[in-house]
Write a protein of this length. Structure first.
Length: 112
């Protein structure tokens, strides 16, 4: 399980098997290719160069690779992720020009 870190290097979400979970334990998004999809099923950003960018190019989080084991109910998380994938209708991912600026928007707001 990998951590998604905010500007202050605090873990704000976790990434495992292309499923983004929040610390509360629920699935907040999925990654298909490099495209990040939120709970509404729409593209909200991209993950590349170990960084999660919003569609406007601002940094939302940085990926920290960890070797910790999965925690929580993985079957439930996979079911929630599958439900999210089923509502995705538009798989087109916009071109994003990365900025070296952190977004004021939180990952929770972005993914909801």
């Amino acid at each position: 399980m990998n951590a998604l870190l905010d500007k202050s290097a605090k873990a704000i979400a976790y990434l495992n098997n292309n499923i983004i979970t929040l610390p509360e334990g629920y699935v907040a998004g999925v990654i298909l290719g490099h495209c990040v999809f939120g709970r509404s099923g729409s593209v909200v950003g991209k993950l590349f160069d170990q960084t999660l960018y919003a569609t406007n190019g601002e940094i939302i989080a940085r990926l920290q690779v960890q070797t910790t084991k999965e925690t929580g109910n993985t079957d439930l998380m996979r079911r929630q992720a599958w439900e999210l994938i089923q509502i995705i209708k538009d798989h087109q991912c916009p071109w994003i020009i990365p900025q070296n600026k952190w977004s004021v928007q939180s990952i929770t707001t972005l993914l909801n």
